[in-house]
Design a protein around this ligand. Structure first.
Ligand SMILES: Cc1cc2nc3c(=O)[nH]c(=O)nc-3n(C[C@H](O)[C@H](O)[C@H](O)COP(=O)(O)OP(=O)(O)OC[C@H]3O[C@@H](n4cnc5c(N)ncnc54)[C@H](O)[C@@H]3O)c2cc1C
Length: 321
C-alpha cells in the first residue's frame, strides 16, 4: 500500500480546497467522499440561495460568477464541480470512511471500498448528516422529515415547519407560495435574527397578514398520523397535519471524533480540540477543517471563513516534513 502524505475525508467545499492546496504544493493526497462532489450542497433545497455573495464562496481565488450577488445552489454545484474536474483532483466519490486509526506515525483509513495509509489526515466532514432530533413520539413517522428539498411536493397539504432559522423560514415561505397551508412552530419569541436580511421581512409580513400561522414560544410534544400537538404560551394546541418539516439544525458526527481520540469540550458546545494556528487536533497529524470545527456552534464556521483552513493545514504539513 502506498503511503500518502495526506488523506482528506469529505469532498465538500473545504475538503476540495484542501485537495487543491495539497496538489499545488506537491503533496500526495486523495479526497474520500461518501457521496457525489459537494454532497451536502447537492442535498440542500433545490431553490436554496446562499447568504454569502459568490466571491466569499470562492476557493483558491478561482472566480465564482453568479447571476445575482448571492448565488443559488445549482450555481455552487457547477462552480465546485468545475474546480474538481478542471484541476483533475484525486477524489474518490461514493467512498465512505468507516474506520480511521493511528498506528505509530501513520494513519490507517478503511472505507467501504479500500484501505489507505497516510502520514496525515484532514477531517472535513461538515455537519449536515446528523439532524438535531426533537426526541418526541411520532418523530419517526414517514411524514416527518429533517431535510427539505422542494415545495411542489407539499402543494395543498397542511405542513408544520419547526424552526426559526434560514432552513425553516425558506421552507415555510416556499411551501406557502406553492399552495401549502403552513404553520410555523418557533421555540423562542421571534423569527431568528440570523435569517437572511432580505428574507426576514418577507416572513414577518406573511405572518402579520395571517398567510402563515406562527406559534411563538411553542414546542411540539407529539406527532400523530393526522395531527401535531403543541405546548404554547396559551396552553396545549392540536393542529390537523399532513407533513412535518423539523428543520432544527444539524450537528457534526461527535461519535466519530471521539472514537479517534479527539477531545471535545465538556460544555454543551462540544468544541473539538485543535490548534487555531495550524488546525491540528490534539492528535498529531490529524487536522480539522471547515464547519466541523464549530462543534454544536454550527453557525460559527462557514465556507467564507473556513476556506483559509486549507492553506494553514498544508503549510503546517510542509513545514514539519
Ligand atoms: C441550508 C444551508 C445554507 C448555507 N449557506 C451558506 C452560505 O451562504 N455561506 C456559507 O459560507 N456557508 C453556508 N452554509 C454552511 C455551508 O454549507 C457549509 O459551511 C459548507 O457546506 C461547509 O463545507 P464543509 O466542506 O466544511 O462541509 P460539507 O460541505 O458538509 O462537506 C462535508 C462532506 O463530508 C462528507 N462526509 C461526511 N462523512 C464522511 C465519511 N465518513 N466518509 C466520506 N465522506 C464523508 C459529506 O458527504 C460531505 O460532502 C450553509 C449551510 C446550510 C445547511
Amino acid at each position: 500500500m502506498k503511503l500518502l502524505d495526506l488523506i482528506i475525508v469529505g469532498g465538500g467545499p473545504i475538503g476540495i480546497a484542501c485537495g487543491l492546496e495539497a496538489q499545488k504544493k506537491g503533496l500526495s493526497y486523495v479526497i474520500l467522499e461518501k457521496g457525489p462532489i459537494v454532497n451536502s450542497l447537492f442535498n440542500y433545497p433545490n431553490n436554496m440561495q446562499f447568504f454569502s455573495s459568490s466571491e466569499k464562496l470562492e476557493i483558491d481565488n478561482i472566480p465564482f460568477i453568479s447571476k445575482e450577488a448571492k448565488p443559488k445552489r445549482d450555481e455552487a454545484l457547477e462552480y465546485y464541480r468545475r474546480i474538481v474536474t478542471n484541476n483533475k483532483l484525486n477524489i474518490n466519490l461514493f467512498e465512505k470512511v468507516t474506520t480511521l486509526s493511528k498506528d505509530g506515525d501513520h494513519f490507517e483509513t478503511i472505507t467501504n471500498k479500500s484501505n489507505y495509509s497516510s502520514k496525515n489526515v484532514v477531517l472535513a466532514t461538515g455537519f449536515y448528516d446528523i439532524p438535531n432530533l426533537l426526541n418526541i413520539p411520532g418523530e419517526d413517522l414517514p411524514k416527518v422529515s429533517h431535510y427539505y428539498k422542494d415545495p411542489h411536493f407539499y402543494a395543498g397539504q397542511k405542513v408544520a415547519v419547526i424552526g426559526a432559522s434560514n432552513s425553516a423560514i425558506d421552507a415555510a415561505l416556499e411551501c406557502w407560495r406553492k399552495g401549502a397551508e403552513v404553520s410555523l412552530i418557533i421555540r423562542g419569541p421571534e423569527v431568528g435574527q440570523r435569517v437572511k436580511y432580505w428574507v426576514r421581512p418577507d416572513i414577518i409580513n406573511r405572518i402579520k397578514e395571517g398567510s402563515i400561522k406562527a406559534y411563538y414560544n411553542s414546542t411540539v410534544t407529539e406527532i400523530t398520523q393526522d395531527e401535531i400537538y403543541l405546548n404554547t404560551s396559551e396552553g396545549k394546541v392540536a393542529l390537523p397535519n399532513d407533513f412535518v418539516l423539523a428543520l432544527t439544525g444539524y450537528m457534526p458526527n461527535f461519535e466519530f471524533l471521539e472514537q479517534l481520540g479527539i477531545e471535545l469540550s465538556e460544555d454543551e458546545r462540544r468544541l473539538p480540540n485543535y490548534n487555531p494556528e495550524t488546525m491540528e487536533s490534539n492528535i498529531a497529524g490529524l487536522y480539522l477543517a471547515g464547519v466541523i470545527c464549530g462543534g454544536m456552534e454550527t453557525h460559527k464556521w462557514f465556507i467564507e471563513n473556513s476556506r483559509i483552513h486549507a492553506g494553514m493545514i498544508v503549510q503546517h504539513i510542509i513545514n514539519k516534513h
